[in-house]
Design a protein. Sequence first.
Length: 215
Amino acid sequence: MDDSRLQLLKQLAKGLAAQFGKNCEIVIHDLSQSSIDNSIVYIENGHVTGRKLGGSPSRAVLNAIRHQNAAFSDHLAYLTRTDTGRILKSSTLYMKDDLGKPQYILAINYDITNLLALESSIHSLTSTQSSEEAAKEELPKVIPHDVNDLLDELIEQSVALVGIPVPLMTKDDKIKAINFLNEAGAFLITKSGDKVAKYFGISKYTLYSYVDINK
């Protein structure tokens, strides 16, 4: 029998997509999927990010699975971007089971690129010299198109965290980077161990021994 929570989320997703139109992508991730690489169980307006049913997880999905006993709060109205540079206003909502663990994620991604262009045009007419001195904000994070993109992003962040190119890393540096990947849920991705081990120039045995060090 279909889960009543999932049916409710599908109904909500369909309604939100109808309300806000083709620029609003609604995605449901099932955190209990046997293959986390295919966590998307429902999607409306997938053209916004180029994803489809059976698609790959986001950072939020990996984090929820990796830390199921953590206290998750909905993450509302933040900026993300697609791999083509479109800017999205996003929200991530967690649907929990009877034990309080995350069971589904409802993600809302609204393409505001054209609205930002309009805002910029208006701003150019109304701005003053002093208003141009505001500090630039960090670029929104990219929504990965598939698990390979997501894993590449996590690996890049692990190297940035250490602050040293891989060829110059010591054992402790690599342990720090791999600990970040483990905490981020990177090893939930199918065959991620092979890619990470090759990237850091170590064997899979060494890789998992580094993971065990941090347990």
